[in-house]
Design a binder for this molecule. Structure first.
Ligand code: DC
Length: 265
C-alpha cells in the first residue's frame, strides 16, 4: 500500500467519528464498509457496547431502538391508533428522522430525552410489531449504513436488516442484572420506579420481542453469543473488538485490512 494511502487509512481508523452524517473516511475508498450488528434484549448493555466498539474501531454507530422510539412518540403526539397500519404509513410520510452525534431529531426537534421514558417504552410494542413501520425503518437503516463501516444495534439487525453483515453479536445478560442496570439508569434520570416493576416490564418486553411474527428477537445463525453477566463494559467490548479485527484482517472478508495494532483506550 502506498505511504499516503496508508497514512489516510490509519488517520481514519484513529479519529473517532460519532455522527451518522460524518464524511466518508479513507477506509471506504478500499471497500464498501463493514457492518457489525449487535442484537439482544433490553438492558444487556447493547447501547454502551455499540458506542464504545464504534469509537474504538473508528466506525459509525446506529441505535435502531431510538428510531422505533421516535416513531412511537410521533404516533402518540398525532393521536394515531398504534395498530392502524394505514394511519402509521401516512404518519411515516410526514416524519424526518436525523441521528446526529448520539441525538435523535424528529422533524428538526431534539427528542433525545423524550423517548427514553417508561411511557414510550410501553407504547413501543405495537410500533415494533407493525409491518409497515418495520419495513420503512429497515429501508432507512440500510440507506444509513450503505457504504459505511458501522455498528448497528437492535433486535433484528443481524437477522432481517443486514443478514450479510460481516460480524454479528447477540448480547444477553442475566435478567436480574439487566433489570438492575436499567433501574439504575431510570433512577438517575429521576424516574420513580421500583426494581420489581422494571423486571416485570422487561420480562413482558422480552416475551413480546421474541414471540412476534415479524422480525422476532432471535440470534442469527451465524451470530456470536455473548453473555455480559458479571463482565465489565470494557471486557465485553474487548471481546467484540478482537473478533471484528480478526475478521477485518481475514483475507476471506471483503473489507480492507487495517495495518494497525488493536487500539486500546
Ligand atoms: O432497544 P430499545 O429499548 O430502545 O427499543 C425500543 C423498542 O423498539 C422496543 O420495543 C424494541 C423495539 N426494537 C425492535 O423491535 N427492533 C429493533 N431493531 C430495535 C428496537
Amino acid at each position: 500500500m502506498e505511504r499516503a494511502a496508508l497514512r489516510a487509512l490509519l488517520s481514519a481508523l484513529y479519529s473517532p467519528r460519532s455522527t451518522l452524517r460524518a464524511p466518508r473516511s479513507a477506509l471506504h475508498s478500499y471497500n464498501d464498509g463493514m457492518i457489525v450488528t449487535i442484537d439482544g434484549p433490553a438492558g444487556a448493555g447493547k447501547s454502551s457496547a455499540t458506542r464504545l466498539l464504534a469509537q474504538r474501531l473508528g466506525f459509525d454507530f446506529l441505535d435502531t431502538g431510538a428510531m422505533f422510539r421516535a416513531v412511537t412518540l410521533a404516533a402518540l403526539r398525532a393521536n394515531v391508533n398504534l395498530t392502524d397500519q394505514d394511519a402509521l404509513a401516512q404518519l411515516l410520510d410526514t416524519i424526518q428522522l436525523d441521528l446526529p452525534a448520539g441525538k435523535v431529531l424528529l422533524n428538526g426537534e431534539d427528542i433525545t430525552g423524550l423517548i427514553r421514558t417508561p411511557q414510550i417504552t410501553a407504547a413501543s410494542g405495537p410500533i415494533a410489531g407493525s409491518p409497515i413501520v418495520r419495513r420503512r425503518l429497515a429501508e432507512w437503516q440500510r440507506r444509513i449504513a450503505a457504504g459505511r463501516s458501522i455498528v448497528c444495534e437492535g433486535r433484528d439487525q443481524g437477522t432481517v436488516v443486514f443478514p450479510k453483515a460481516e460480524c454479528k453479536f447477540f448480547l444477553t445478560a442475566d435478567p436480574r442484572e439487566r433489570a438492575r442496570r436499567r433501574h439504575g439508569e431510570l433512577r438517575e434520570r429521576g424516574e420513580t420506579v421500583t426494581l420489581d416493576e422494571v423486571l416485570q416490564s422487561q420480562e413482558a418486553r422480552d416475551r413480546r420481542d421474541a414471540a412476534r411474527d415479524i422480525a422476532p428477537m432471535v440470534p442469527a445463525d451465524d451470530a456470536i453469543l455473548l453473555d455480559s453477566t458479571g463482565l465489565s463494559l470494557d471486557q465485553v467490548v474487548a471481546r467484540m473488538e478482537e473478533e471484528v479485527r480478526r475478521r477485518l484482517n481475514s483475507p476471506l472478508t471483503a473489507c480492507a485490512a487495517p495495518d494497525s495494532e488493536p487500539r486500546t483506550q
